[in-house]
Design a protein around this ligand. Structure first.
Ligand SMILES: Nc1ncnc2c1ncn2[C@@H]1O[C@H](COP(=O)(O)OP(=O)(O)OP(=O)(O)O)[C@@H](O)[C@H]1O
Ligand SMILES: [Mg+2]
Length: 297
């Protein structure tokens, strides 16, 4: 097999011009979006996607135009949360691909919308050719295409729902150097805090702006009497935020109505915006908006 060094030229593909064209197209798209915020966590299953969807809803309620990029290529869930079925036909125009229209008019683009059926897994290559480096390169390319080929139009906020882990941020930073910042999400368990602490360290080392930390599933709210109780004993996420010198943006209770709401076509915020949990999510959004406002002053 030949390597790049063995090739006398680019074989007529004009690869450099293609790369430059793609970067320019990406820039044109992103220039129409005022703010870009990543929601991430080193840890899986802590509520990144659920909070991204509901924070997007809070932004809509504050009069903003909002989109969500589902950067979780292998476990996409934004479509399911915002009621966009993968059976909806993608509208492709010479300008690009129309995003899905989710609950409350939130625009979404997700790998899920490109799969043949709801239970199709994402398979990057077949058999022995699927080396880790090759798959990672394909994932980076796919992410760039989801961003640049989607007709986002003018948006106030693009929220990026990250996959578990902290490696994808390198990719996002490269594609969106003007990123406003990242929001780190943890649950109070020691294992989650341990892993999220590494993600915070990595972002600080990379110079990625950290908007703050969100404690999800902080307490338990009884759906009958609205009383709050402790879910995980003795773990203090406030201490993590102090140790890492980043603000604690809010504490969101565990609320069984949040998971029950999935797939109903309506977001938790639409149904229970006035609840303790709904108000806690809104508080986080207000803190993010304050951060962005201070940054641009
Ligand atoms: N505050 C909450 N109260 C109750 N359930 C919640 C809460 N936050 C998230 N969940 C539930 O926890 C589960 C995991 O949430 P979600 O998929 O949003 O996590 P995630 O961090 O995006 O996961 P992944 O790492 O796989 O992307 C879902 O069933 C969701 O409904
Ligand atoms: Mg998720």
């Amino acid at each position: 097999m030949k390597t790049y060094e063995d090739l006398p030229s680019d074989g007529g593909s004009n690869i450099m011009d293609q790369v430059i064209d793609q970067r320019e197209q990406l820039r044109r798209r992103l220039d129409q979006i005022k703010h870009k915020v990543c929601l991430m966590s080193g840890k899986g299953g802590v509520g990144k996607s659920s909070l991204t969807a509901n924070m997007a809803a809070c932004l809509v309620l504050r009069g903003h135009k909002v989109g969500i990029l589902d950067a979780d290529l292998n476990g996409p869930s934004i479509g399911k949360l915002l009621g966009v079925s993968n059976q909806e036909k993608l509208e492709i125009t010479p300008e690009g691909v129309e995003p899905g229209q989710g609950s409350m008019g939130i625009k979404i683009m997700s790998m899920d919308m490109l799969l043949p059926s709801a239970d199709s897994p994402v398979i990057w290559t077949e058999g022995k050719d699927a080396t880790a480096v090759w798959v990672s390169t394909m994932e980076s390319t796919a992410l760039q295409e989801l961003l640049k080929d989607t007709i986002w139009g003018e948006l106030d906020y693009l929220l990026i729902d990250m996959p578990p882990g902290s490696d994808r941020i390198d990719n996002i930073r490269d594609l969106i150097p003007e990123l406003d910042g990242v929001v780190e999400i943890t649950i109070p368990s020691p294992i989650s805090q341990h892993i999220v602490s590494k993600s915070i360290t990595k972002n600080s080392q990379l110079g990625v702006s950290i908007i703050g930390l969100v404690e999800n599933m902080a307490t338990y709210v009884c759906p009958h009497c609205n009383q709050e109780g402790q879910l995980f004993e003795g773990e203090d996420v406030e201490k993590l935020s102090k140790d890492k010198q980043i603000p604690l943006l809010g504490r969101i209770p565990f609320d069984t109505r949040m998971s029950r709401q999935t797939g109903t076509g309506k977001l938790f915020i639409e149904e229970y915006g006035d609840s303790v949990t709904g108000q806690a999510i809104a508080q986080v959004v207000d803190n993010i908006l304050k951060f962005i406002q201070n940054k641009s002053n």
